[in-house]
Write a protein that binds this ligand. Sequence first.
Ligand code: 6PG
Length: 242
Amino acid sequence: MNLLVFPDPSSLVEQAADHILQAAEEAVRQRGCFNLALAGGNTPRMLYRRLAEPDLASRFPWAQTHVFWGDERCVPPDHPESNYRMAADLLLQHVPLPPEHIHRMEGEQPPHQAAARYQARLAEHFGGRPRFDLILLGLGEDGHTASLFPNTPGMDDPDRWVIVAPHDSPPPPLVTRLSLTLPVLNAARRVIVLVSGASKAPILARVAQGDSTLPAAHLQPAEGDLLWLADSQAAAHIHPNS
Ligand code: 6PG
């Protein structure tokens, strides 16, 4: 496991922000644009605030950046549990990202319709199978990533890029989700998984041991880099040689 461990969440965030900036500069240099998929949940909040701060925001190629989401809760975009709203409040409203470069999953639409529309949006933007320059992900205490929960049907279907993931058991929120599938996550040039806090220590150790029952253990970009960034609390159960 390509894992970097940091003493605290703020040093983890600093490194994550640096990696994202590097990925953005490289993508724009090589291809003229940076296609980024954001994570939801609580862990990225500190990171999004950091990216919005002037010293970093002023160096970021926002005009060439397109923002997508790895997953979304099936709620309206102004709902407190919307991943779009969290990123918009903490980052997108504070940086000069062209509005037409924000590609949110439509949580307010009927889920299967929203999944089909997002798949079409991806096909149009990428001209075929989506290959993101960078996908940010988190890790749930049950081993999910994005909204690929254990036993989510269709999570590894190569012909589907966006699926509807029912979610009626913890961890909360217990709402249906939309999620990119494993083939899309593993097609990315870079995947960064952010893991913070003592509550994630047991599940991160299980992922490190390769527990194949966990969707997060199936992250393996075929032609890309996978980087796990954890704070010391989340990495507390990781043994040095794992
Ligand atoms: C979501 C996220 C989800 C998240 C994990 C970790 O929609 O909830 O995309 O995959 O990354 O559940 O969540 P925390 O960062 O809140 O622990």
